[in-house]
Design a protein around this ligand. Structure first.
Ligand code: FAD
Length: 355
């Protein structure tokens, strides 16, 4: 099996990298933080940006494994830790809460995702509920450790006992009284988060965009209450329905184009990934990710369903059509960003760049 720079391997092999669990810390009765031991030679591969996620192959008797995404709660440069909350009736979250222990080896895909903040000097407003605190915690820790930005956190939970990172947040608020303000919204005291609660939080907050993560009704409330006055970035938790560790079978048209046998109904594209430019024939009925996989080009992707954003890239010349654009914000699309797993060419020539 050949491991590539993004952690994916050629279209005929299964992907992923095995890392050993260094430490497991119980955060609440239903949430654990799992820290991986990343050997020096894999450090560059597993370096992450604040807000990104890892994809874990969770062992299972029923199928080879169950692939799930988990956000990194650690700040960049401070190790690789994910935090997993047990979901009622859920498979992977229960397995990890029950079985993760130091020494366990797990197969992972490296960090991915675009729920990120440009630099640690940015002033941010963070609105999290429940396990949605995980990517938000990475952003918060990074800004406080590595930058000068101000952080306002609105954090909703059922009660104090189910509040992940409650003690650490208390400690950070005491250590950075001028830069970190926290509103804890506890359901047992105030009911579900309300528009008035969010409005009074934002009215007293500093300037800046909002990053939100939590159950869909909570994020919808954040967007409907704050979206007209602030730019809101959201991270949606879902369970993967396909297996990004499994070999991908690109469509026949992409395979024949890769053999130099395109039937004429293909565009010409220049695709730049990590500074390397690939000149490709791109069949009009195949996605960019599938076409690149058929050519055995190392392209970033995870869900291949249009919602995780791992394959986000920018069209610098030409045009594409996409069925699903869930992972893109309106501003991203206006700036030319596309999802490689959804994009089909609509112009004859294109130039595309992956960050
Ligand atoms: C980018 C990203 C980042 C994420 N980060 C985190 C994180 O930091 N921490 C975290 O805890 N989670 C995170 N998640 C969510 C995580 O990936 C899983 O979705 C979550 O752990 C649930 O997985 P599971 O296997 O335990 O549950 P599943 O088995 O997928 O079940 C989820 C729910 O669906 C119900 N369900 C399952 N199958 C059926 C069915 N056939 N019919 C009806 N109902 C069904 C279950 O009862 C359960 O309530 C993230 C997801 C994404 C996409």
């Amino acid at each position: 099996m050949t491991q590539s720079a993004t952690g994916h391997v050629s279209s005929t092999d299964a992907g992923g990298t095995y890392l050993t669990v260094a430490e497991v810390r119980r955060e609440t009765a239903d949430a654990v933080s799992i820290t991986f031991d990343v050997p020096t030679e894999l450090q560059a591969l597993f370096d992450h940006r604040a807000g990104q996620f890892l994809t874990v192959a969770v062992p299972s008797d029923r199928v080879p494994h169950v692939a799930r995404c988990y956000s990194l709660s650690s700040a960049p440069g401070s190790g690789s830790t994910i935090t997993v909350k047990r979901i009622d009736g859920g498979y992977a979250s229960d397995w990890l809460n029950t079985n993760a222990t130091s020494g366990l080896s797990l197969q992972l895909l490296p960090p991915s995702g675009h729920f990120t903040v440009p630099d640690p000097d940015t002033d941010v407003l963070l609105a999290a509920a429940g396990s949605g605190i995980t990517p938000v915690m990475s952003i918060l820790r990074w800004i406080l450790e590595a930058g000068t930005g101000n952080v306002g956190l609105f954090y909703a939970n059922r009660d104090r006992d189910t509040t992940i990172f409650a003690e650490e947040l208390d400690r950070l608020a005491a250590a950075h009284p001028d830069r970190l303000t926290i509103v804890h919204w506890l359901e047992d005291q105030r009911g579900l988060p309300s528009p008035d609660g969010l409005t009074s939080w934002i009215d007293q907050a500093h300037d800046g965009d909002v990053w939100t993560c939590g159950p869909a009704p909570f994020m919808n409330l954040v967007v409907s209450t704050l979206g007209s006055t602030r730019h809101v970035h959201r991270e949606e938790y879902r369970s993967l329905s396909n297996d990004p560790f499994a070999p991908v079978e690109p469509p026949a048209s992409a395979v024949s184009a890769s053999d130099g046998d395109a039937d004429g109904d293909a565009a010409r594209a220049e695709v730049e990934i990590d500074g390397t430019v690939h000149e490709i024939s791109w069949p009009r009925d195949a996605s960019l990710v599938d076409t690149l996989l058929a050519l055995e080009v190392d392209v970033p992707y995870t869900c291949r369903e249009g919602w995780c954003g791992s394959c986000t890239c920018k069209v610098e010349e030409g045009s594409v059509t996409m069925k699903i654009t869930d992972a893109l914000e309106a501003d991203d699309e206006a700036e030319g960003y596309i999802l490689g797993c959804q994009a089909r060419p609509t112009s004859d020539t294109l130039r595309i760049v992956f960050d």
